[in-house]
Design a protein around this ligand. Structure first.
Ligand SMILES: Cc1cc2nc3c(=O)[nH]c(=O)nc-3n(C[C@H](O)[C@H](O)[C@H](O)COP(=O)(O)O)c2cc1C
Length: 381
């Protein structure tokens, strides 16, 4: 997966050993709806492809997340709410009882380690393949993902997705709501609706991937409709205080193109702002970008900001601490970090003490099975 941001200014960071100290708003407790978070650091959702072939979380995933339980909040990786939404091999699912039982092992382990967790719900839309899911992918319009996609038998040419009917849309909204209920049954404190990074909900937002002429395409109000319907249904299913939404204005992951972010995102945030949701989560947030400030001002609740660190790496030596502090100063409430948590199970303690961070090693092991590059990153002695 490659992610770039339009107009973002990558954080340069300070060297943790020079610029850090134990006093930082990052380490202050915070509230998130009914939850009390020990600090303001959130582990960003990261797909790691360690589930079984049918999407059941494996025990190794409990170990991985429990190792990272000192994050104020963990947002567990993208998880599909139905079979057709599966993106890549071995991504987890949450649409039957075996998935719930597998996730229950994970949430139990994290709770015993003192952590709290949300689950990200992601439907891939055109980012999927029949060789992975056994089903032809669906999307707002028959616009294929350019190039190839990873499948169980290696990289394969993407297929042209089938355009969703209004019946498909209603069924998908219901699948998200049912998945949210199952996530709560599995012990998650809440769910994050993934409307970012080029997956199905984001595909509805962009006129490059949404060429529909019905009530879900064309105008900005029509293009935001599907995300709003999914979020409303999920909030009705489990309570709005258990629901967050992830957005990535202008992020070009999965070949996304957006030419009207200044119209789409304020409209979307305006449509979501009065639902009483747990949080809004912005990917690659730049505190100096006018759109960041607009969305912060428009959102009355908790804002999680995921700083725009260099992508691909290398990460700054402080792992994103200084970039996170700049975002807190610009009005964010919580800071999500991805790769720094991936490589540092005890990231919070390391940032607090200014200890050096483990670099990411074996980047090719991010998305494959096994313990190496997953549960074997060392914590401080
Ligand atoms: C291995 C890996 C997997 C990722 N999977 C997801 C995912 O499942 N859902 C999502 O919204 N973002 C995903 N992302 C993006 C991260 O959540 C985050 O936005 C990105 O890594 C930038 O944050 P960072 O600079 O702190 O790593 C992934 C990133 C990485 C490195």
């Amino acid at each position: 997966m490659s992610i770039t941001t339009l107009g973002g200014t990558p954080g340069t960071g300070l060297d943790a050993r020079n610029g850090a100290g134990a006093r930082s708003p990052l380490f202050e407790p915070a509230r998130l709806g009914p939850l009390r978070l020990a600090n303001r650091l959130v582990m960003a959702p990261m797909t790691r492809n360690r589930a079984g072939a049918t999407g059941v979380p494996e025990p190794i995933m409990a170990t991985y997340y429990a190792q990272r339980a000192t994050a104020g909040l963990i947002i567990a990786e993208a998880t599909t709410p139905n079979a057709v939404g599966a993106t890549y091999p071995n991504i987890p699912a949450i649409h039957d009882d075996r998935h719930v039982a597998g996730w229950r092992r994970v949430t139990d382990a994290v709770r015993e380690a003192g952590g709290q967790m949300f689950l990200q719900l992601q439907h891939g839309g055109r980012v999927g393949h029949p060789e992975t899911s056994g089903i032809h992918p669906v999307a707002p319009s028959p616009v294929p993902l350019p190039g190839t996609i990873f499948t169980p038998s290696g990289h394969r040419e993407s297929v042209v997705p089938r355009e969703m009917t209004e019946k498909d849309i209603r069924a998908t909204v219901a699948d998200f709501a049912a998945a949210a209920r199952r996530a709560v049954d599995a012990g998650f404190a809440g769910v994050e609706v993934h409307s970012a990074n080029g997956y199905l909900l984001h595909q509805f937002l962009s006129s490059a991937t949404n060429r529909r002429t019905d009530g879900y395409g064309g105008t900005v109000d029509n293009r935001i409709r599907f995300t709003v319907e999914v979020v409303r249904a999920v909030a009705e299913a489990v309570g709005p205080e258990r629901v967050g939404v992830r957005l990535s204005p202008g992020v070009t992951a999965n070949a996304m193109e957006e030419d009207d972010v200044d119209a789409v995102y304020p409209a979307l945030v305006g449509a979501l702002r009065d639902l009483g949701l747990a949080y809004l989560h912005l990917v690659f947030a730049d505190p100096d970008a006018p759109l960041f400030r607009t969305l912060r001002a428009a959102w009355p609740g908790t804002l999680i900001a995921n700083p725009a660190l260099p992508w691909p790496g290398p990460l700054p030596a402080d792992g994103g601490r200084a970039a996170g502090e700049r975002l807190l100063a610009a009005g964010a409430d919580l800071i999500a970090l991805g790769r720094s948590f991936l490589a540092n199970p005890d990231l919070v303690a390391r940032l607090r003490t200014g200890a050096p961070l483990n670099p990411i090693r074996d980047a090719h092991l991010m998305y494959v099975g096994g313990e190496t590059g997953y549960t074997d990153y060392p914590a401080l002695g």
